[in-house]
Design a protein around this ligand. Structure first.
Ligand code: CP
Length: 370
């Protein structure tokens, strides 16, 4: 069963779990990240000593340093973005052409800092940066000094010192990009933080929906699957409800606890796929994240029986409904191969749209959103 301990282990801010909500607090997340394995009494004493001597030079327990406002152009989440900022980014993305190099960011240095696996996000940010004339470098936890125990902030200070103008960051802990943004003077782009947010995915999904549906007005969307563990779902909920999309979340209680309805105004939760699909224009499927299921009782065969998207179930939605999935897809689990490759699937188009969307995000980050 889902427990507060389960949620806490994935850093969705333990304090907020006991309050019975899925609210995110950057301060609590930062404290959790800094405290995780980095605050032995000896280290704490050393940090206090160093902080007294040179407060700017070292990362230290949260309370020792004032937090700064993230640099202009940072993209940390969708929750606090205004609708007009989102529309501005989508408009800019429509003007971006990955096939036609546009040297808006010539000479800028963009670091792709990935503490977690990625195919789509990493490669599309890299292609996006290069299409705008920027220089990129990839730093992954494996093969870098992160393996030797370097902290998140020390890694950030190092990358800044070698000349980074912007850091695109993926991390397994919620709040890690926020922590970085509060301590560095360059834009930080959240490329997925734990179970919290994945803002660039929500933007490319919005771009894809508008390409196929023209407008958000009167739209009905359904997200099916492991919503609790999904940063994609959380960002999508924030974005779509800002534009009045009627949004239904569907899955078993282990994946969609009742409290999920509090993520954004107007969300509906149902356990029945047939009920969720009726009349929907957009179906967003999520990967069952086996790596986040330790200790839960959910049986995959039961999930498949009740929630797998099949051709027969797809017929319950509107005839023109589109099928989305952030990827990676697991054929035979959350959807069948027929649905994944069928005429209503826009899964490959989502990936394709990731490049212009991320070009817009990077251009905005570095003050070139023209
Ligand atoms: N959708 C998504 O974030 O995919 P990757 O993990 O491959 O980047």
């Amino acid at each position: 069963m889902l427990s507060c301990q389960n949620v806490a282990r994935h850093s969705v801010v333990p304090a907020s779990c006991s309050a019975g909500t899925l609210a995110f607090s950057p301060e609590a997340a930062a404290r959790a990240i800094i405290n995780a394995g980095q605050s032995s009494p000896a280290r704490l004493a050393r940090l206090q000593h160093l902080a007294a001597a040179s407060p700017a030079a070292y990362d230290a327990p949260f309370a020792l340093f004032p937090m700064n406002t993230p640099a202009r152009g940072s993209l940390l989440g969708i929750e606090h973005l205004e609708a007009n900022e989102i529309l501005g980014l989508l408009k800019l993305a429509r003007r971006m052409n990955p096939q036609k190099a546009r040297p808006l960011l010539r000479g800028k240095r963009i670091v792709l800092l990935f503490y977690e696996a990625s195919t789509r996000t990493r490669s599309s940010f890299e292609f996006a940066a290069k299409a705008l004339g920027a220089i990129t470098t990839l730093v992954q936890s494996s093969g870098s000094s992160i393996e030797k125990g370097e902290s998140v902030l020390d890694t950030g200070y190092t990358l800044r010192a070698v000349g980074a103008d912007c850091i695109v960051m993926r991390h397994p802990s919620a709040g890690a990009p926020h922590l970085m943004a509060q301590h560095l003077d360059i834009p930080i782009i959240n490329a997925g933080d734990g179970m919290h947010e994945h803002p660039s995915q929500a933007l490319l999904d919005a771009f894809t929906i508008l390409k196929h549906k023209k407008s958000f007005q009167g739209l009905q969307a359904t997200i099916v699957g492991d919503i609790l563990h999904s940063r994609v779902a959380r960002s999508a909920c924030y974005l779509l409800t800002k534009f009045g999309v009627k949004l239904t979340l569907c899955g078993p209680p282990e994946f969609v606890p009742d409290v999920a309805a509090t993520l954004a105004p107007g969300l509906r939760v149902t356990r029945h796929l047939e009920d969720a699909l009726r009349g929907t224009d957009v179906i967003m499927l999520l990967r069952v994240q086996k790596e986040r299921l330790a200790g839960q009782k959910i049986r995959l065969q039961d999930y498949i029986a009740r929630y797998q998207m099949t051709t027969a179930r797809l017929k319950l939605a509107k005839r023109e409904a589109i099928v989305m999935h952030p990827g990676p897809i697991i054929r035979g689990l959350e959807l069948t191969a027929e649905v994944a490759d069928g005429s209503q699937s826009v899964i490959v188009d989502e990936v394709h749209n990731g490049v212009p969307t991320r070009m817009a995000i990077l251009a905005r980050a570095l003050g070139k959103a023209k």
